[in-house]
Design a protein around this ligand. Structure first.
Ligand code: FES
Ligand SMILES: [Fe+2]
Length: 425
């Protein structure tokens, strides 16, 4: 049973909160590199863990991520002029470099040294896998770089997207951990979605799913087994890597999929979706499907990261399609089914009212691990999931003899092997 206090503990991510401090120890996906595609391009608003920030790329191509508001009288630097290696506030011309250092205050003589005393909060960034990652924690504790397979493969092997989700990160992430819902919420897409086909998709329609959760160094693996041929079980194995990464078990020849569930503030999150193939380029067909909002990706309102299907239009629910067995909940598309269901819990799910069962073991374990990580951090130890070796893992789907322990039998399949494709049924 989760108390209100525990729920607050797990869901609040602003500065100074336990989970907020914990998340600030990791590299966090902040924006897509293409959002600030060129030197001196327009700045972009970024909100992360409740902090309003501005991202820009200076004349030398360096990325800055600073406080959104000018230190003079608080104007949003979103209106800023990005010119000659700095962002200039359009109100009175104060100018800042990528480290947030004020480098010019036109009203004060340079020799007064006034501008040198002004510095905006700023966070170091690194670009990896077409994503700008930010580190918002204490400078002396900056972790090694992210090492997920999707950031390491060539650009041609990868497709990424992000969408805003109007709910707390935790209930969104818990949807990524709880693979029991796939047999219900997404059961019809397992036939119709182009990127979710094959024998595994058929087996996943079996609703007699049993859960096994095994803790790993970086998080956990969640094995879900369903009946397969005589004497065998079909296992779908999800990875959860601290603090907010999930990897979805693959289907057949399809690429691998994963998410990062990043808090924007306590009532909104950014759902990052990553598709990659370890050993081949994504095909024109796959890219076409994903760009069109298929697979785990969605169609967005142009110029924004808000899905076209959203709360304001009741997720374009189609009751006829629901009755006719075309969709299970009336919403079209796997990603928007998840988003609609998770947003329907309210901005922050009240976990004091929930009733958990054995298929929620992964969700329970994630909550425990997050609490333990906060304790480790407070005791001066390194939280799990910072070590880059813990990122080099894969999800998998396998058929194993009934007697096998999934975690041991699939150990190879659950580790990144450069040049070797993933294991998928
Ligand atoms: S408010 Fe930015 S320069 Fe005055
Ligand atoms: Fe889902």
């Amino acid at each position: 049973m989760t108390t209100r206090e525990q729920n607050d503990f797990l869901t609040r991510t602003g500065p100074g909160t336990p989970i907020g401090d914990l998340f600030r120890r990791y590299w966090i996906p902040a924006l897509k590199s293409e959002e600030i595609a060129e030197p001196d391009c327009p700045p972009v608003r970024v909100k992360l863990l409740g902090e309003r920030l501005i991202a820009f790329r200076d004349s030398h191509g360096r990325v800055g991520l600073t406080d959104e508001f000018c230190a003079h009288r608080g104007v949003s630097l979103w209106f800023g002029r990005n010119e000659e290696n700095g962002l200039r506030c359009p109100y009175h011309g104060w100018k800042y470099d990528v480290t947030g250092q004020c480098i010019e205050v036109p009203s004060e003589p340079l020799k007064s040294g006034f501008c040198r005393k002004i510095k905006l909060t700023s966070y170091p960034c690194v670009e990896l896998g077409d994503v700008v990652w930010a580190y918002m924690g204490p400078p002396e504790l900056k972790p090694p770089l992210p090492n997920f397979e999707w950031v390491r493969v060539p650009h041609s092997h990868r497709f990424i997207s992000k969408r805003t989700q109007e709910c707390n990160y935790l209930q969104a992430m818990e949807g990524g951990i709880d693979s029991a819902h796939v047999s219900f919420l997404h059961r019809h897409e397992l036939r119709s979605d182009d990127l979710h086909v094959g024998r595994g998709a058929e087996l996943t329609r079996g609703t007699d799913a049993r859960f096994d959760v095994v803790e790993t160094k970086g998080g956990m693996v969640i094995g879900v087994r369903r009946p397969a041929e005589e004497g065998h079980l079909y296992w779908r194995i999800t990875q959860w890597i601290m603090p907010f990464h999930t990897m979805i078990p693959p289907y057949g020849e399809n690429a691998l999929n994963g998410h990062a569930w990043v808090p924007v503030d306590d009532e909104n999150c950014m759902t990052w979706s990553f598709t990659h193939h370890p050993t081949r380029e994504l095909t024109a067909h796959e890219l076409g499907v994903m760009r069109g909002g298929g697979g785990i990706h969605v169609k967005l309102v142009p110029g924004s990261f808000r899905p076209v299907v959203n709360k304001d239009n009741d997720y374009m629910v189609d009751r006829t399609a629901q009755k006719a067995g075309k969709t299970y909940c009336g919403v079209a598309g796997i990603a928007m089914q998840d988003a609609a269901i998770q947003e329907s819990m309210g901005p922050i799910q009240d976990r004091a009212k929930e009733n958990l069962t054995s298929t929620d073991n992964g969700v329970i374990m994630a909550r425990i691990r997050l609490r333990k990580a906060v304790e480790a951090m407070r005791a001066g130890r390194e939280p799990d999931g910072i070590d880059p070796a813990t990122h080099a893992v894969r999800s998998a789907s396998v058929v194993l003899p009934e007697t096998a322990s999934f975690h041991e039998a699939a150990a190879e399949a659950l580790t990144v092997k450069e040049g070797v494709a993933h294991t998928s049924v």
